[in-house]
Design a protein. Structure first.
Ligand SMILES: C=C(O[C@@H]1C=C(C(=O)O)C=C[C@H]1O)C(=O)O
Length: 339
């Protein structure tokens, strides 16, 4: 039985590599599509395809794989690579700066929409791993024209050195993804202008696990030309996200309700659960509902990143109001229920 588990683990790893490589192949065929479009060549190249069929048969033989297995895979790839090449409208050169989960989520969305995605991080290993995972390329050292550099690093890691990592990238705009805009935004604008880049502030309105087509992304309109906002919106729309244009103040207000307030109660709830259960010496997990556990899980996730919650609360201009109202309502319920 242990062997079965081990072998399945191995299969899972092989499958991840296969998918990563298939996605990488599409990045390359999309780039070929761009070159063909620029030089007026046909997408379909029968000579090249005949060569590939022969080569795949040869490679199959070398690895002991029957033609019946290998050739249909190639045919499937050819069908979709040509379809993607043909349908590509306006592929952008995107650099994902950072190697964390948000970088993975956004890079993946951009990749699957057919954009050319490059990964850049401070750590070479992590950078390579992420590029493989999403079927993108590591940012090459040569000079490169970019449309958007998506800044997926936490505010604390956002320094001049971070920007230097993409000093070979020219053109386009730097996009931050932070949920609290005021402080971060100022810093990002400063760095962007120092390095001659435009700055567009965005905020993906989803958590790390649920970055999927149809989720929203806020685009901050303050101080931006209508064209810059429109271009950014159309890029994100192409990845399947819904672009929501809003002012910085509207965004901060929405964050005050949906993040600062939620975090306040979640952290208060989490701390109260542990304090109260210790005090009562009760094993609440033995006799609680699934809904309670769900709420505790949510609170625990926020607690585990308390510093993020603190940072958002610290820089949100409405936090004081949020805490006043949260406290008042808790007291109101306490007095109407108990006292
Ligand atoms: C990518 C290309 O375009 C098409 C797709 C191919 C592929 O997926 O490998 C090969 C030949 C072309 O019909 C190319 O010309 O290389």
């Amino acid at each position: 039985m242990e062997d079965l588990v081990e072998l399945r683990k191995e299969i899972d790893e092989v499958d991840a590599s296969i998918i990563g490589l298939v996605a990488k192949r599409f990045t390359i065929t999309n780039e070929i599509g761009n070159i063909k479009r620029a030089s007026g060549l046909n997408v379909h190249d029968p000579e090249r395809e005949a060569y590939l069929l022969k080569r795949w048969a040869g490679l199959g033989k070398k690895y002991g794989l029957e033609k019946d297995i290998s050739i249909p895979i190639l045919e499937h790839l050819l069908k979709f690579s040509k379809a993607k090449e043909a349908e590509q409208i306006d592929p952008k050169n995107i650099v994902v700066l950072g190697t964390g989960s948000m970088a993975a989520a956004l890079g993946m969305l951009a990749r699957s929409a057919g954009h050319n995605v490059y990964v850049k991080g401070r750590n070479r290993e992590k950078e390579k791993k992420l590029a493989e995972l999403i079927g993108a390329n590591v940012l090459p050292a040569r000079e490169i024209n970019t449309d958007y550099i998506i800044l997926c690093v936490p505010p604390t890691a956002f320094t001049k050195e971070t920007i230097k990592l993409v000093s070979n990238c020219h053109g386009g705009a730097l996009m931050d993804i932070s949920s609290s805009k005021t402080e971060y935004f100022k810093k990002a604008i400063k760095f962007a202008s120092e390095s001659g880049m435009k700055m567009i502030s965005t905020h993906p309105l989803f958590g790390l696990e649920d970055a999927k087509r149809g989720s929203g992304i806020a685009i901050i309109t303050d101080g931006k030309t209508a064209k810059d906002v429109e271009d950014a919106a159309s890029f994100w729309t192409s990845t399947g996200l819904v672009a929501i244009k809003m002012s910085m103040d509207e965004h901060e207000k929405a964050m005050a309700v949906s993040q600062v307030l939620r975090h306040a109660y979640a952290l208060g709830f989490y701390d109260s659960v542990s304090e109260l259960s210790n005090m009562l010496k009760v094993d609440y997990e033995k006799a609680c509902t699934a809904k309670f556990m769900q709420m505790l899980e949510n609170a625990k996730a926020i607690k585990s990143e308390e510093w993020v919650a603190a940072e958002i609360a610290k820089s949100n201009p409405y936090s004081k109001l949020v805490y006043e109202i949260a406290e008042r309502n808790l007291r109101k319920h306490a007095s109407s229920l108990i006292f």
